[in-house]
Design a protein around this ligand. Structure first.
Ligand SMILES: Cc1ncc(COP(=O)(O)O)c(C=O)c1O
Length: 384
């Protein structure tokens, strides 16, 4: 008897599978490199340093950053968001303007600041599909608004935010602009310069197809943050204080050079394939999925109607069924891996009316195929 193929639909949590070249590079790291970067003058330590440098260069090209040194390695997107949110020189009474779709990786650091320093949080106005209404941002701006923070794509509804227009607005008002690009870099084109981004946090392990434990934070030239951590950097070791140059200022302790070596291969893979082509593939998958879902009346889906307006993330609810039950049955009956619940974004679920049970979420990647979508549709049809 043929075993049913297991299909992974949770690429918004972390991507699977990874490209073969990534797996080979990871295997090779501990066999032939294995040294810590910047910690020795012998060839393997120097070669590890080159891997880090090359990865920074690839990432800088991908997001159009001015200088690879302005990209610091982090543990994941949350880590970069913490660096940016908590590293600003907040004063009591300052305010942050954020979108109602932010992930807990922004909400929780913001609320920690609120509790510690009295920083107030204001919400951006959005339209019926959850898109920020840039023309109305003026109405929610206050004299002490210091930061505008917006995710590029929602991990709940997939809505892609007009970050270029928001960035231009922020720059015109002299307000710093932080973008949570957890669901976009690698799958949706990102240009930090064109979009007037001051800080951009992104994971390596989602659409960029790198291993878990990788991420980055872009810091625009001329800007600084107060480091959250201090420690050994392998540089300026005679000084008791943290180096003031990048990236060392924010990279204390030994790097995850193992993960970054795999990540380097992943970014090369993405650049070879082309983000525009990946995007086209994923929009095609969304269109196929939506055409099928439209024929299943008991399925309610959320977010923008047009596939072009969203990342490859689809939250849905089957009438009369709890999302957790939907996800469990999709696994049990059809071997489909989807995520159920709030997806660490409770405010997004309040906005779309699915709090507290959340939704069942399908998220695609470059290795998702139209056959996979057909399997998902036939399983949902049976369930509904
Ligand atoms: C919009 C958004 N922001 C932040 C994060 C956190 O990413 P990481 O797990 O890399 O910290 C996620 C992860 O799901 C996300 O979807």
């Amino acid at each position: 008897m043929n075993r049913m193929e297991e299909i992974y639909f949770d690429n918004a949590a972390t991507s699977f599978p990874k490209p073969e070249a990534v797996l080979r590079r990871l295997d090779d790291f501990h066999r032939s490199l294995g040294a810590s970067a910047g910690r020795g003058a012998y060839p393997r330590a120097v070669a590890t340093g080159r891997v880090l440098q090359e990865c920074r260069e690839e990432l800088a090209r991908l997001i159009h950053a001015e200088d690879p040194k302005r990209i610091i390695f982090t543990l994941n997107a949350s880590d970069g968001l913490n660096f940016a949110v908590k590293g600003l020189p907040w004063k009591r009474g300052d305010r942050a303007l954020i979108s109602p779709y932010e992930h807990n990786s922004v909400l929780r650091p913001m609320h920690a600041l609120k509790a510690r320093l009295g920083v107030a949080i204001d919400l951006m106005p959005v339209d019926a599909e959850g898109r920020v209404i840039v023309e109305k941002l003026n109405t929610v701006l206050r004299p002490k608004t210091r930061l505008i923070c917006c995710l590029h794509a929602s991990n709940v509804t997939g809505v892609i935010q007009p970050i270029k227009a928001v960035g231009e607005f922020a720059r015109s008002k002299g307000i710093l602009f932080l973008v949570d690009a957890a669901q976009s870099v690698g799958a949706v084109p990102v240009d930090v310069r064109a979009s007037r981004v001051d800080f951009l946090a992104f994971p390596g392990h989602k659409a960029l197809l790198g291993p878990l434990g990788t991420g980055g934070l872009y810091i625009r030239p001329g800007l600084d943050l107060i480091p959250l951590r201090e420690g050994g950097t392998g540089s300026a070791s005679e000084k008791e204080v943290q180096p003031d140059f990048l990236p060392d200022r924010f990279e204390s302790g030994s790097h995850n050079a193992f993960g970054i070596s795999g990540w380097l291969e992943a970014v090369k893979f993405i650049r070879r394939k082309g983000v525009e082509n990946i995007r086209r593939h994923e929009v095609g998958l969304l269109r196929h999925f939506f055409e099928g879902l439209d024929r299943i009346p008991a399925v309610r889906r959320f977010g923008p109607v047009k596939p072009e307006s969203r990342a490859a993330v689809v939250s849905l609810v089957i009438d009369g069924q709890k999302p957790l039950e939907t996800a469990q049955r999709l696994w049990k009956d059809a071997k489909l891996m989807v995520r159920a619940g709030l997806h660490c974004a409770p405010w997004a679920h309040r906005a779309i009316g699915t709090f507290p049970l959340g939704t069942a979420r399908f998220s695609f990647g470059p290795f998702t195929t139209h056959q996979h979508i057909d399997r998902a549709l036939s399983a949902l049809k049976k369930l509904a």
